[in-house]
Design a protein. Structure first.
Length: 305
């Protein structure tokens, strides 16, 4: 959904009876009420950010959003009105309603009967007015009011209930964390489990100093009385990651002294950082795409085990 870049924003739809809906979210939870509840929870947790989308009109009597706006005659209140245009024949100066100019789908001057083919050259549209078919009165513009299709109430804008409708966008920090966990670390975890590693749920490993150090992944397995401990750290930078990231990983790796330590650098390391990683004997995986990271991790994992 949002996290896999198929869409940038959860956009609402206004349903006449169900109200505000989020179809993409309903694909996950299959119920519009549960979808809204989940959106509220994600917004409260600041994973999603609401963004004002539009105002929705609700009936003040029954609360329905199944509301239409209808134009009516300002004189008799009839909805049976029609819009008319004033045409002018430029050559002879005749001005009249469009209904007198148009015959069989073509335009003719009602006075001299000359065919008029091009608007702005042969004739022009000089104005617009409205006519009521009920009382036959003309007026510049109709009036309007809302009509609730559920309870039949007719009401104006001052009586209407206006509610805010929001779209939702994913928080950038949450998006980055989701990408780390779901696109990169999740397949690596599965690969380690298949290789027989037990993953530490705390991602903590004890050092010789007595300090526990946090990694992105910590895995261990015992084979023929030989214990293998593997620590993995992922560093993500806008550009190439620098020496400070490598030094930070090495400091805790040196204290823990695992069998193997892997640094996943996205999109990669700078030349100085790469040389430093080689000096510290850290195994480095560089890349931007999850599939290339996973493939390179598989090769290193195979060499360690």
């Amino acid at each position: 959904m949002l996290s896999d870049k198929t869409i940038d924003e959860l956009v609402p739809e206004i349903h006449q009876t169900l109200g505000v809906r989020y179809p993409k979210m309903e694909e996950i939870v299959e119920d519009h009420q549960k979808a809204q509840a989940l959106l509220d929870q994600l917004a409260k947790a600041e994973i999603l950010h609401p963004r004002f989308y539009e105002k929705s009109i609700m009936c003040p009597q029954c609360g329905s959003r199944n509301v239409a706006f209808k134009y009516h005659c300002p004189h008799c209140g009839s909805y049976e009105i029609e819009k008319r245009e004033l045409y002018e024949h430029i050559e002879c100066g005749t001005m009249d309603s469009d209904e007198h100019f148009i015959r069989d789908g073509k335009v003719f001057c009602p006075r001299c009967s000359k065919p008029l083919e091009k608007v702005g050259v042969d004739y022009r549209k000089a104005g617009t007015w409205f006519r009521c078919r009920n009382c036959d009165k003309r007026f510049d513009a109709p009036e309007g009011r809302h009509h609730c299709r559920e309870c039949g109430l007719k009401f104006g804008i001052k009586e209407s209930v206006l509610t805010d409708v929001y779209s939702y966008v994913l928080d950038k920090t949450a998006e980055a964390e989701f990408s780390r966990e779901s696109l990169f670390l999740a397949p690596i975890k599965e690969m380690m489990k298949e290789a027989g590693y037990q993953l530490d749920s705390s991602n903590m490993a004890p050092g010789v100093s007595g300090t526990f150090h946090l990694f992105d992944l910590v895995g261990s397995k015992t084979k023929a009385d030989q214990r293998t401990v593997l620590t993995i750290d992922m560093v993500v930078c806008d550009k190439a990651c620098g020496e400070e990231q490598v030094i930070s990983v090495f400091a805790k790796t040196f204290d823990v002294a695992p069998t193997g330590s892997i640094v996943i650098a996205i999109p990669g390391l700078s030349d100085k950082a790469r040389r430093l990683a080689e000096l510290y004997k850290l195994k480095v995986i560089e890349g931007e795409k999850p599939e290339e990271i996973v493939q390179r991790f598989h090769r290193i994992l195979t060499s360690i085990t």
